[in-house]
Design a protein around this ligand. Structure first.
Ligand code: MRU
Length: 349
């Protein structure tokens, strides 16, 4: 199973190895992060991105940081671990998987209070690897559930990148498409380019091409016209954080797709593991939205400037789609209506 991130044992000790996704599709370059600061930089600078993959990177980053601590006591270890945790937690605010994974790591530290520091470090490495492996299992299960919604001959519109690149492997929304394809359903994918960072054109098109799945790239502003023309059977996107009521934060532009889908009576599904559901947040307006560097909007690939100098720019990386526009949420535990999440999954994460 292809994964964009791994806990790798290099000559000088363990590293977090990640595919630098900022260089795709031109180059396939793997980066070895020897310490938690480099992992944090990798998350912030989008070498690794996509909610589940960010969570895995944070867990591995914490395990790497913990390994380097020299502490004589449990309390000393916990004191030194705090700034490592905080550095990783400060990288990207929207994807809840980051905080979910760090909380899992904190729990490991707490419940092994009576162990030696060296044993706790080992447990943290095991937990980070478990976060990775479980994500793959969840995605494959999600793919199986979601594939039931897809029929041979369907054209599916997707936004951003939700494939193996965005996760531990297989993917969420794109994982559903992969599962449908693997089960023999001949389908087509319409891919929003996903301005400003172009995860659709650079990453989703690359993954679909690798898997030989027919796909057409469109600019984000073309989605409505294609829906009006007819032929799109389903919209399928991922999520960075789902509130308890089903409101869903995902890549900027997702909200527009959902409203357009409703106007054209096209089902709009979100695919996400339960680790992306934040039951502590009642509504989507409480989800923190990351504001990124204006250069992402004024420049293409950080190289070609496409706006005059000194223009005012807004660059929210995510938007929130109200639950009322979402037909269903595909998780590893099945497909739910947004309003069913709390009752059927609350507390069962
Ligand atoms: O800024 P990114 O590339 O991390 O944003 C990614 C998305 O919005 C994805 O759609 C989401 O994380 C789901 S990934 C399985």
């Amino acid at each position: 199973m292809f994964s964009p991130i791994e806990w790798h044992i290099a000559a000088n000790g363990p590293v977090v190895r990640m595919l630098d996704q900022t260089r795709l599709p031109h180059e396939v370059v793997w980066v070895d992060c020897p310490d938690h600061q480099t992992v944090a930089k990798g998350i912030k600078d989008l070498w690794v991105r996509g909610a589940p993959a960010i969570g895995i990177a944070a867990a591995m980053g914490l395990a790497l940081g913990a390994r380097a601590i020299k502490a004589g006591s449990y309390d000393d270890f916990v004191r030194q671990l705090k700034p490592i945790h905080d550095t990783l937690a400060a990288t990207r605010p929207t994807a809840v998987n980051l905080f979910w994974a760090l909380n899992r790591m904190n729990t490991v530290v707490r419940i092994h209070k009576d162990r030696t520091v060296e044993e706790i470090k080992e447990r943290l490495i095991q937990e980070a690897r478990a976060v990775h492996e479980e994500d793959i299992r969840r995605n494959v299960a999600m793919g199986g559930h979601g594939a039931r919604l897809i029929h041979a001959g369907d054209t599916i519109l997707t936004h951003c990148n939700t494939g193996a690149l965005a996760t531990g492997g297989h993917g969420t929304a794109l994982g559903v498409i992969f599962s449908a394809w693997e089960s023999g359903k001949r389908i087509k994918v319409l891919v929003d380019e996903t301005r400003p960072v172009l995860q659709g054109s650079r990453l989703t098109m690359w993954e679909l091409q690798q898997n030989k799945i027919p796909a057409t790239l469109i600019t984000d502003s073309m989605a409505g016209a294609f829906m009006k023309k007819g032929g799109i059977r389903l919209c399928l996107v991922g999520a960075d954080r789902i509130a308890a009521n089903g409101d869903t934060a995902n890549k900027i532009g997702t909200y527009s797709v959902a409203v357009l889908a409703r106007a054209h009576k096209i089902p709009f599904y979100v695919a996400a593991p339960t680790s992306t559901i934040d039951f502590s947040i009642a509504h989507g307006d409480q989800i923190p939205i990351e504001e990124r560097n204006p250069d992402e909007v004024t420049n293409v690939f950080g190289k070609v400037r496409i706006a005059p100098a000194n223009v005012e720019v807004a660059n929210p990386a995510f938007d929130v789609t109200p639950a009322k526009y979402i037909t269903g949420i595909i998780t590893e535990q099945g497909i739910f209506k947004p309003g069913e999440l709390k009752r059927k999954l609350g507390g069962k994460k």
